[in-house]
Design a protein around this ligand. Structure first.
Ligand code: AHR
Length: 650
């Protein structure tokens, strides 16, 4: 038993016991365990970037998720050549089936990156029969009243045809039009960009039972490509992010962003990796690529967009770089991949007078980004990783000695598979551990880092989650996650960074590839899971010093204590995963006098509870004042609960 874990009869207990003794000789109440927090002993300093985000294109995290583009398959091109359903999300509309035609045209391409376009032969078009195309977006296009949508597309007309083309944001059956714009096509057979703001009026209903149509009432042939529709975005960034999801991320107070993956970094093959150079510049140069999660990625979320996302939420980038593969021999054949990484580091952090820094400036961001952490590969379990890591390590350190290099490790899907990866040739600055476990396993491994080698690399738990609940975690999962976070916080001297994964899931049928994900959404709404709220309350009450405190006072009960060294505020975190409430006597042992006015922030519920689009806050934090009687007080933690106590020194 920990030195400071003692059982003590409190004054309340003594009084009660005496009363009981008077009433019934020999009757006793169970003694209350003491949680003694020694404020004179700081066991670890919490890294200023302890909690962050891990992200990748999975579950429609970007396309159909955070990246605010509303149209699916906006640039028919690369993907349609590789797919059986060549037209992707585009459908022909017109009242006379068989008369008109919609086809993919590889002879009319907009750019090398977008090697095909939609050809529409509107043969039967007339004032009573508009002919054109429709796109229903990612499970509907969110329509809201009084909202501006930025529309753009590239159009090309056959000789003698000028349209006009009418673009409508409308109900799926076309009976209600929420906003529209009209364009006359320029003659000349050249591509031209057309743009407009579609504005819905106050009568527009909130709906995702919608589509965008581009059609004509005059017979003729025209071509379309790179058709794009953006709603208002976070901070009004062009090509930006969805506002509700950015708000949810902001509430997590994330300190870093690990990107671009995950499996998405590596792709299914080297050729389908996240090839960052193909994600830069105008959208006309971005055709997208297949994601390893089996759908097409538009690459709208390019390297600069990731960095701007970091900037918007004041997060440090943790840059995942492609590390080649076991099929590429170490040495000269791996060197192009190493050079690609050096170029990428320069794009992110080089001055605007370097080659790749100048490219970043040309792309719209002259100022370099702060870069401290670079991760070599993702879950590289192959035999050559050690040698590949060494080649990357030496080349990067030679040019950027201060960069902290992270070596990836393999995934742990059970307690038995939790083993450190043997990187022998070079000592990484940081090791990235990944854990996906059941709640009962999480409870068992809370102390995983307690006896870790403090002389080796620091630890980045770059992916972790309790896997129970789908598409988002149950409250039981949140209990596992919160217990695990307590274990990481107690070991914050070595666990310098940690991030849950996966971050996002589009909850529509067919959108998801991973069972349990932190934040769910559809076209119109979003919700945080119980695990999300556990992170919100823990990350908002972090402190920078870990105080000596017993890890537990009972079975399936987990605790940690921290302090904000500037304000003296003490945070006690407790997870009661048991099916009964627990009462503990809290003792703040130190010179400070604890103020009577504290706070208790808690999450409680049934282990099977989930949040959803319909019940987004079934499990959500409740904050209440806490009347503290002094440095020693009793606190009851309900069954299945996650609690933060905030205490102030007088
Ligand atoms: O988070 C989902 C996947 O889990 C990641 O892409 C991969 O790194 C891990 O196996």
């Amino acid at each position: 038993m920990h030195r400071s874990l003692v059982l003590r009869a409190t004054p309340f207990f003594i009084a009660s016991a005496l009363t009981l003794a008077a009433a019934s000789a020999g009757a006793t109440r169970e003694a209350v365990p003491v949680l003694r927090i020694d404020t004179g002993t700081v066991t670890a300093h919490v890294s200023p970037i302890h909690a962050g985000l891990m992200t990748e294109e999975i579950n429609h995290s970007y396309d159909g998720g955070l990246y605010a583009e509303l149209l699916r398959d906006r640039a028919v091109g690369g993907e349609v050549l590789a797919r059986a359903d060549a037209l992707g999300a585009w459908e022909l509309i017109g009242k006379l089936p068989g008369r008109d035609n919609l086809a993919l045209d590889v002879s009319k391409s907009l750019s090398n990156a977008i090697p095909a376009s939609l050809r529409i032969d509107a043969v039967s078009a007339s004032p009573n029969n508009r002919v054109g195309v429709a796109n229903e977006g990612f499970w509907g296009i969110p329509v809201r009243p009084n909202t501006q949508y930025h529309l753009s597309f590239y159009g090309n007309a056959a000789a003698g045809f000028s349209g006009p083309l009418r673009v409508s944001l409308e109900s799926k059956d076309g009976s209600r039009v929420f906003a529209r714009a009209e364009f006359s096509l320029a003659p000349g057979g050249e591509w031209k960009k057309y743009e407009a703001v579609l504005m819905t009026d106050s009568a527009a209903s909130v709906s995702a039972d919608t589509r965008l149509t581009i059609a004509t009432e005059h017979p003729g042939t025209f071509w379309l490509t790179l058709v794009s529709l953006f709603p208002p975005t976070w901070k009004d960034r062009p090509n930006g992010n969805r506002i509700d999801l950015m708000e949810k991320l902001s509430a997590l107070h994330p300190k870093f962003l690990r990107f671009p993956g995950g499996a998405y970094l590596n792709g299914e093959t080297v050729d389908t990796r996240y090839d960052w150079k193909k994600t830069l510049g105008p959208l006309t140069d971005r055709g997208g690529h297949p994601s390893p999660w089996r759908y097409w990625s538009s690459d709208g979320m390019g390297l600069l967009e990731f960095l701007e996302w970091c900037e918007d939420l004041r997060m440090e980038p943790v840059l995942g770089v492609h590390a080649g593969s076991d099929e590429i021999p170490v040495g000269p054949q791996l060197q192009p991949f190493v050079q690609d990484t050096l170029d990428e580091i320069e794009y992110v952090s080089g001055d605007a007078n370097t080659k790749w820094g100048a490219k970043r400036a040309q792309d719209g961001h002259p100022a370099p980004f702060k870069l401290t952490y670079v991760e070599i590969g993702n879950e590289e379990s192959g035999p050559t990783y050690d040698a590949r890591f060494a080649q990357f390590h030496d080349a990067i350190k030679a040019r950027h000695p201060k960069l902290q290099l992270i070596a990836t490790s393999v995934i742990a899907g059970s307690i038995d598979s939790m083993k450190p990866i043997p990187i022998k040739s070079r000592m990484p600055d940081v090791l990235d551990d990944h854990f996906y476990l059941k709640a009962t396993e999480m409870f068992k491994v809370v102390g995983h880092y307690d006896h870790y080698d403090r002389k080796g690399p620091k630890i980045f738990v770059g992916e972790w989650a309790t896997i129970e609940g789908s598409p988002t975690p149950t409250f039981q999962s949140a209990l596992g996650d919160a217990a695990w976070m307590i274990g990481m916080e107690r070991n914050a001297d070595i666990v310098i960074m940690q991030a849950y994964a996966p971050l996002f899931v589009n909850v529509n049928k067919g959108a998801r590839q991973w069972p349990t994900n932190l934040i769910g959404y559809d076209a119109l709404g979003s919700f945080g899971s119980p695990s999300y709220y556990a992170q919100v309350i823990f990350n908002s009450h972090r402190g920078d010093e870990v105080l000596a405190c017993p890890p537990s006072v009972a079975a399936n009960f987990f605790t940690s204590a921290t302090r904000d060294s500037k304000t003296g505020t003490i945070y006690i975190k407790a997870v009661n995963a048991a099916a009964m409430s627990r009462t503990a006597e809290i003792e703040i042992a130190g010179p400070e006098k604890i103020s009577q006015e504290g706070k208790v922030i808690s999450l409680a519920g049934h282990p099977g509870d989930i949040n959803s689009i319909q019940e987004p806050t079934k499990i959500a934090p409740v904050e209440q004042p806490l009347a503290v009687s002094g440095n020693i007080f009793e606190q009851t933690f309900p069954q299945s609960s996650i609690t933060v106590l905030e205490l102030h020194a007088k």
